[in-house]
Design a protein. Sequence first.
Length: 123
Amino acid sequence: MSPGHLACPNNCPEGRFEALNAPLFVDRTGRYAGHDGTRATYVCAVCQSVAVDVAAAAREMRRNRDERVVTLTCPSCGMRMLPPEDDPLASLVECPACETRFEVEEGTARLHGGPEEDGEDVD
């Protein structure tokens, strides 16, 4: 994918970038015929810092913002928690508050009829 909007991380005002590892195509006479910028790494022509694609960074931030965090609710005491980081696919978890062991499916909002199903945000 070609860059959307390149920027130098050191805010160099020139706004010129060099494409590294970009195939450059020429015709039989050696004149420029085109290039493939999809595989290129861009660096600032002034300070040689790797350029930042601001548009791609914004897309990635938007994608991360839209991802929903999965939370579990203890069926015994109602405490909300995140799945264990060391074993995110664990089938059995233990509540840190009341020490009740329960299956991950028991702690999901769809079984509790929680507000996450209605699209509301919970603090």
